[in-house]
Write a protein that binds this ligand. Structure first.
Ligand SMILES: *[C@@H]1O[C@H](CO)[C@@H](O)[C@H](O)[C@H]1NC(C)=O
Ligand SMILES: *[C@@H]1O[C@H](CO)[C@@H](O)[C@H](O)[C@H]1NC(C)=O
Ligand SMILES: *[C@@H]1O[C@H](CO)[C@@H](O)[C@H](O)[C@H]1NC(C)=O
Ligand SMILES: *[C@@H]1O[C@H](CO)[C@@H](O)[C@H](O)[C@H]1NC(C)=O
Length: 267
């Protein structure tokens, strides 16, 4: 992950460099370098301490750019810069990742590629803002939005109008492949704007406008699904067995059955 520090050093130079090459082209050039660096850095991995240090540096750089999302803070974080002049739209790019129980431990490569891509995507003209959602720690929020890891969630949030009415944000959800996601994937999606080809999501779990949000059910739903995932698989069996046994018990061993022809009382 040596390239990460090189990139950080190069970014100011990039910003100051003469304007002959359009900025976008430069960003694409950096992506190619980053992709090469990632693929050469990953399989080798002989010097663990050096890699650990480089990974730490990359994680630190990523941390400076992206906002961690939690159940409590997401509504405040995912907003429009109040100083921006109306009408305007703030774009937010949310990377969803997970750990052993939420991604079967397979999100590491995609997360590395995402963190490595961040400084480069941030150099893109009109770059979006970035957020990071870890389903391992924010399981309830991930369930409430019904998102899996790894994935990208792309929000276009309009600033509230003068009369305080807020147009509905557009959201696009793109699951990522656990094994084949690289910096190239993020380049295609974000720098080349492929993500705009994803159909906007308008269903039940829309974070701003879905029915669950409108009726304040998203969070209870998140807790319920989280509870089910924590429930051992034998528990439903036992519960069903108890329920049916007490039901049968009532029917079989109950008091004298009602006389023939009489209306049966509701059980
Ligand atoms: C990616 O960056 C985040 C901070 O934003 C950090 O918590 C995480 O450990 C990093 N992951 C990797 C694999 O570098
Ligand atoms: C995830 O699983 C791997 C392999 O089973 C293990 O080495 C690692 O410590 C686990 N990580 C966490 C955070 O539990
Ligand atoms: C991550 O990348 C390494 C090197 O390319 C590969 O050996 C490993 O299987 C990948 N892990 C996952 C979960 O895809
Ligand atoms: C992810 O990528 C691998 C390798 O390119 C491919 O074999 C697999 O089918 C892909 N998985 C999905 C869900 O697209």
């Amino acid at each position: 992950m040596r390239f990460a520090s090189t990139l950080l050093l190069a970014l100011p130079a990039l910003a100051l460099a003469e304007e002959q090459i359009p900025l976008l082209e430069k960003v694409k050039g950096f992506f190619n370098k980053a992709t090469a660096a990632v693929s050469s850095a990953i399989p080798a991995a002989p010097s663990a301490p050096i890699n650990a240090a480089a990974n730490k540096a990359a994680a630190k750089a990523a941390e400076a750019i992206q906002h961690p999302l939690t159940l409590e803070n997401w509504k405040e974080v995912l907003t429009v810069d109040p100083t921006a002049s109306t009408p305007t739209t703030q774009e937010w790019l949310i990377f969803v990742t997970g750990g052993n129980s939420t991604c079967f431990g397979f999100c590491g490569n995609a997360t590395k590629a995402w963190n490595a891509s961040l400084p480069i995507i941030a150099a893109k003209p009109n770059a979006p803002k970035f957020a990071y959602l870890d389903c391992e720690t924010e399981n309830i929020l991930c369930n409430a939005w019904s998102v899996g890891a790894p994935s990208l969630y792309y929000f276009q949030i309009p600033k509230p109008l003068a009369d305080q009415s807020a147009p509905v944000p557009t959201v696009r959800y793109r699951p990522l492949n656990r094994t084949s996601t690289t910096t190239e994937t993020f380049k295609t999606l974000i720098v080349d704007n492929e993500i705009l080809k994803v159909e906007p999501y308008e269903g039940l779990f829309h974070p701003f406008n879905g029915l669950l949000q409108q009726y304040n059910l998203a969070i209870p739903y998140g807790y319920a699904t989280w509870g089910f995932s924590k429930m051992p698989s034998w528990l439903p069996m036992i519960l069903i067995s108890f329920a049916s046994r007490s039901f049968m018990g009532k029917r079989m061993g109950g008091p004298t059955p009602p006389p023939q022809g009489a209306a049966r009382p509701a059980q």
